[in-house]
Every structure is written in structure tokens, then in C-alpha cells.
Design a protein around this ligand. Structure first.
Ligand code: PBG
Length: 329
């Protein structure tokens, strides 16, 4: 009790603050999302994601080597698929020589120890921009799950260490696990986007991959019949528990900052590693405010990432990974 206890004694200098700090972040915490495009020598800045680029395979190779040198040890791959290769079933996703399959091999050749995770969902391959097959204004569940399982096998055979289903179809983790096991791909892990909310914060990402739902008759204009309602909490626990029961090795909450209550709640309930995805819109907000001189970029970035870790994240997928390494060095 005051005056015997003065809490400020533990804040008096940088040294004491460092000594009693409860949460720190290091390169080990990060999963680096990477956007891959066709072509050679391509490095296109994403308009709504300043200083973040789509890379062709040759530059992906360089990027991955640089990440590894910086101490970053895991990447999460996404591909931008040319319009003419898209269809309702995302057939191109199963092409053994497709962009994702080549990207996985490129990373593994450049840097064999780098952990490679791959996004598993139909949207970048879908002519309708949905994570599943569209029929009569609905997104088909079980038919989509079969394709996701085949996609997962294809990624694993190309060398992916983990597949990361981001689609929110019911039962996909179990089907993917069984499919991988049947092919004796028992070492391939699953990081499931378990509590993925239907969020407006994904906007810049959909620009990056040109993957937004298209505006057509009989095509749902949003993803609310599969991604979660952001008003819900119990549902996040249920989704997470079900994915763990179905064989998910790592689960994920997405987006980050608006969902830290969910992160803490899940962290308290489950025993598997928990990833949090600080998504494209969160990145864009900080970049935009910093460009205007309204916020201190590095300070706000670190505050948000520490908050995500403090809330209970064991792994953070973030477009800021390289910026963080720069700041902590
Ligand atoms: C695809 C997918 C999305 C993101 C990751 N995987 C977009 C979506 O579901 O529409 C969003 C990532 C981000 O915004 O940074 N299923």
C-alpha cells in the first residue's frame, strides 16, 4: 500500500523497465506473408499496401534469402493468378506446375530451412472471388472441402511444411488431415484459420491478389455465410476447439487488433500454438497515418504487435516483420 509501495520505482529507468518487461517480440515470432506473381523481374508495389510488393519467382528467391539472413524463419505464401486461369472450381490450384507449386519449390531451393506455409482457399483461383464453389447464389461446402484437400496434397508434395486453410468451410481440417495421411504426408502440418471473421480489414489484400468477390447476379457480394460474424465470441471458441479436434496443429485468429479479446480467451482455453494475423487493412492504416505525419510509424507498429503478443499470440503473421527486425536491431 502507498506510501510503502511506489509502482514508479519499477519504471524509473530504461534498465529497470527492460528488466521487468513481461512481453517481448523477436524475429522468431513472425510469419512473413509473401505475394507471388507470374513473370520475371517483377516487383510491383501494392497500391493500398505501401512498401509491400508482389514478387515474381526470381525475386521471391532473393527476398527469401534476405529474410533468412535477417533471422526470419517462416513464410506464408499467396499467389496472384491471371484472370484467364480462374474458374468456379479453382482448377488451376491443382496444377502441379502452378504458380504456388513453383513458389514453394523456389523457396525451398533458395533456403531449405525456411518454414513454408501455404494459403489454402479457392479465392485467388476463383472466377467469382469466393473461397468455395458458387452454385445458385450459395457457396458449396463439402464439394469445396474436397478441392481444398487435393490442394493441400499438391502443396505438400511440392514441399510445403504446413498448409493453412483460410476458407472457413466446415470440416475442412479433418478432410485435409485424412487426405494428407492417406498420401503418407504425415509430417505436413495444418495451421487452420479457425476464428476468421468476415472483416472489412481484408480490403488491401484483395487488391493485392485481385481476389474480391465479383459483382454478378447470383454471386454473394460478401463472405458472411462462411467467415464469422464479428459480433460473436462463443463461436470463436467453438470453431477453435473443433479445428483442434479435427487435427489442426496450430490455430489462428484473424484479424488482430480488433480481436484481442478473442485471442486472450482462446489462449486461456486451448493447448495448441495460437497464431494471430495482423491483416492488410491494419498494415494500411498505420502506413497511411504515418505518411501524413499523424502517427509515429515504428512506435505504433511496435505497440500494436506487443499488444497482440501480450493478448496471447504465439505466432504473428504480419506485413511488418522486416520493419520489426529493423527496429529491434
Ligand atoms: C483468402 C485470404 C484472405 C486473407 C488471407 N487469406 C482474404 C479473404 O478471406 O478475403 C486476408 C489477409 C489480409 O487481409 O491481410 N482466403
Amino acid at each position: 500500500m502507498y506510501p510503502l509501495i511506489r509502482n514508479r520505482r519499477l519504471r524509473n529507468s530504461d534498465a529497470i523497465r527492460r528488466l521487468v518487461r513481461e512481453t517481448t517480440i523477436s524475429p522468431d515470432d513472425f510469419l512473413v506473408p509473401l505475394f507471388v506473381v507470374e513473370g520475371k523481374g517483377v516487383r510491383e508495389e501494392i497500391a493500398s499496401m505501401p512498401n509491400y510488393h508482389r514478387l515474381s519467382l526470381d525475386l521471391l528467391e532473393k527476398e527469401v534469402k534476405e529474410l533468412w539472413k535477417m533471422g526470419l524463419c517462416a513464410v506464408l505464401l499467396f499467389v496472384k493468378v491471371p484472370e484467364n486461369l480462374k474458374d468456379n472450381k479453382g482448377s488451376e490450384a491443382l496444377n502441379p506446375n502452378g504458380l504456388m507449386q513453383l513458389a514453394i519449390k523456389t523457396v525451398k531451393n533458395a533456403c531449405p530451412e525456411m518454414l513454408v506455409m501455404t494459403d489454402v482457399a479457392l479465392d485467388p483461383y476463383s472466377s467469382y472471388g469466393h473461397d468455395g464453389i458458387v452454385q445458385n447464389g450459395r457457396i458449396l461446402n463439402d464439394e469445396t472441402v474436397q478441392i481444398l484437400a487435393e490442394m493441400s496434397i499438391s502443396h505438400a508434395l511440392s514441399g510445403a511444411d504446413f498448409v493453412a486453410p483460410s476458407d472457413m468451410m466446415d470440416g475442412r481440417v479433418l478432410t485435409i488431415r485424412e487426405a494428407l495421411d492417406e498420401e503418407e504426408l504425415i509430417h505436413t502440418g495444418i495451421m487452420s484459420y479457425s476464428a476468421k471473421y468476415a472483416s472489412a480489414f481484408y480490403g488491401p489484400f484483395r487488391d493485392a491478389l485481385d481476389s474480391a468477390p465479383v459483382n454478378k447476379k447470383n454471386v454473394p457480394k460478401d463472405k458472411k455465410t462462411y467467415q464469422m460474424d464479428f459480433a460473436n465470441r462463443f463461436e470463436a471458441l467453438k470453431e477453435s476447439q473443433m479445428d483442434i479436434d479435427e487435427g489442426a496443429d496450430i490455430i489462428m485468429v484473424k484479424p488482430g487488433l480488433c480481436y484481442l479479446d478473442i485471442v486472450r480467451e482462446i489462449r486461456n482455453e486451448v493447448e495448441v500454438p495460437l497464431a494471430v494475423y495482423q491483416v492488410s487493412g491494419e498494415y494500411a492504416m498505420i502506413k497511411a497515418a504515418a505518411e501524413r505525419g499523424w502517427l509515429d510509424h515504428d512506435a505504433v507498429m511496435m505497440e500494436q504487435l506487443i499488444a497482440i503478443k501480450r493478448a496471447g499470440a504465439n505466432i504473428i503473421a504480419s506485413y511488418f516483420a522486416k520493419d520489426v527486425v529493423r527496429v529491434i536491431n
